[in-house]
Ligand binder design. Structure first.
Ligand code: ZN
Length: 458
């Protein structure tokens, strides 16, 4: 049992002064006291604001090592599809050791940015030529090792990738490493599940991720909906217009329209991107309860398009955020770009909230609740019975001078950066202290070492 004190806390009924949280050994908040004085030696402090730390609901850890390598214009115009070619070439060289080192760096950076947990959309399963490793779950185990070292809360989402394109096209080239039919994929999940139970704390779990409509087929999706009812199911959807058109030609409907009409989609589903939607699709998706998994930095980087925010939240839709390609890991900046993309399109301000109030707080709370739902994680609010996923920001920093506590989150999201984050707990594990991950040195040293191995192989 431990206790955490803060001068300000964002509780479900609003900002509250002088709060103490009691947290048990499994990372659950057992009680909350308000209007109390700090005790000597207690964690956190008078000048800190603590908030529920959101989940990063969508990550491909290995892509972190490509950041900065794809911003060069070559003959013709760069597109998502030319970016994907480069990504395939890059991952042709990655082995298990490198994946573990890159994932550890990424998860450390996520924690330092204020996220407490991650949904790892994991599709790098096999050796470069498509042959499985001796242990089918080898690569999943490397992700678990990275989660264990960093202390992040993991929802592991092994990706089912059976086809190379819409209409059951064969896999080719860079896709061979991802490929499984449903039978082998279920074996992989079983092995991963066993291994996760043995190696990670009880807040971590395994779900499933049918990669997209183009990489799966209708029978597989129906079976997954049935088999994984109540568990996290994530799918990439409607990221690019070319994808929407290909699915329309194959199945006679747009991706979200088809999925909602033909598969039993419930609130355990997360639609990642959901960029290109008609008004009717937007409303239907909100009503179905699926979480919109928005990745604003990556979506901007890849030129995907802009999410239909106002219609979605008006219809009661739930969303969370993810860092997807991990080219930049910043919780504040994901929320900022989400809001700014809406403003630029609508020539308006303060878009992503219903009614009146602080947009920063609305974005933050929505992302915390939506991320928790998408990860099947008992978190998203600071309240009794929930996991102690907590981020603390330091309001004694010079940039907060002159601001009231109810403006701190607006400052952090619209004007600040990750430097304001002082502490992060994931299910009570105090992994970020004084703004740094407690294993930063070992993790960065290992990353440098493994990147050198990777470059030598290039
Ligand atoms: Zn993705």
């Amino acid at each position: 049992m431990k206790s955490i004190f803060a001068g300000q806390a964002l509780l479900p009924n609003g900002l509250t002064k002088n709060v103490r949280l009691h947290v048990n050994e499994t990372g659950i908040i057992t009680s909350i006291e308000t209007g109390v004085e700090p005790r000597a030696g207690e964690i956190s402090g008078k000048d800190k604001l603590i908030c529920p730390a959101p989940a990063n609901l969508h990550s491909h850890a290995f892509q972190r090592a490509m950041a900065g390598m794809t911003e060069v214009r070559q003959k013709g115009k760069g597109s998502f599809w030319t970016w994907r070619e480069l990504m395939y070439r890059f991952l042709g060289k990655l082995g298990p050791e490198q994946v573990e080192a890159i994932a550890a760096l990424v998860y450390m950076e996520m924690l330092e940015a204020g996220y407490a947990s991650v949904g790892e959309f994991h599709y790098l399963h096999h050796q470069p030529d498509g042959t499985p490793y001796a242990n089918l779950a080898e690569m999943s185990n490397r992700i678990f090792a990275a989660a264990s070292q960093t202390g992040i809360g993991l929802t592991h989402l092994p990706v089912l990738y059976s086809y190379g394109g819409a209409g059951e096209q064969a896999l080719s080239g860079g896709q061979l490493r991802f490929g499984n039919d449903l039978d082998r994929h279920l074996q992989l999940i079983e092995a991963a599940d066993k291994s996760l139970t043995n190696s990670l704390p009880s807040d971590c779990q395994v779900g499933i991720a049918p990669h997209s409509l183009r990489a799966t087929n209708p029978e597989q999706l129906r079976l997954i909906a049935e088999t994984f009812a109540g568990k996290p199911v994530h799918i990439h959807i409607s990221e690019q217009m070319k994808e929407v058109e290909a699915v329309q030609e194959w199945l006679g409907a747009r991706p979200i329209e088809w999925l909602l009409d033909n598969v039993d989609v419930r609130d355990n589903w997360c639609f990642v991107h959901a960029t290109h939607m008609t008004q009717a699709e937007t409303i239907a998706m909100a009503k179905a309860g699926a979480v919109a998994g928005l990745c604003p930095i990556t979506e901007a980087n890849l030129g995907d398009g802009i999410f239909n925010g106002p219609t979605f939240i008006e219809a009661g839709g739930v969303y969370g955020i993810g860092s997807d390609s991990n080219l930049r890991i910043s919780l504040a900046e994901e929320l900022r770009i989400l809001e700014y993309s809406q403003r630029l399109r609508d020539q308006s301000r303060n878009v992503m909230l219903l009614g009146e109030g602080s947009v920063g707080t609305a974005l933050f709370q929505a992302a915390a609740k939506g991320g928790a739902q998408a990860l099947g994680r008992n978190t998203g609010v600071l309240a009794k019975g929930y996991l102690a996923d907590i981020v603390a920001i330091d309001s004694s920093r010079v940039e907060f001078t002159g601001l009231k506590p109810n403006q701190y989150l607006d400052y952090w999201i619209f004007a600040g950066d990750d430097r304001v984050v002082t502490d992060v707990w994931s299910a009570g594990r105090h992994m970020v202290q004084n703004g740094q991950h407690i294993h930063r040195q070992e993790i960065t040293a290992k990353y440098r070492e493994q990147l050198a191995v990777l470059l030598e192989a290039a």
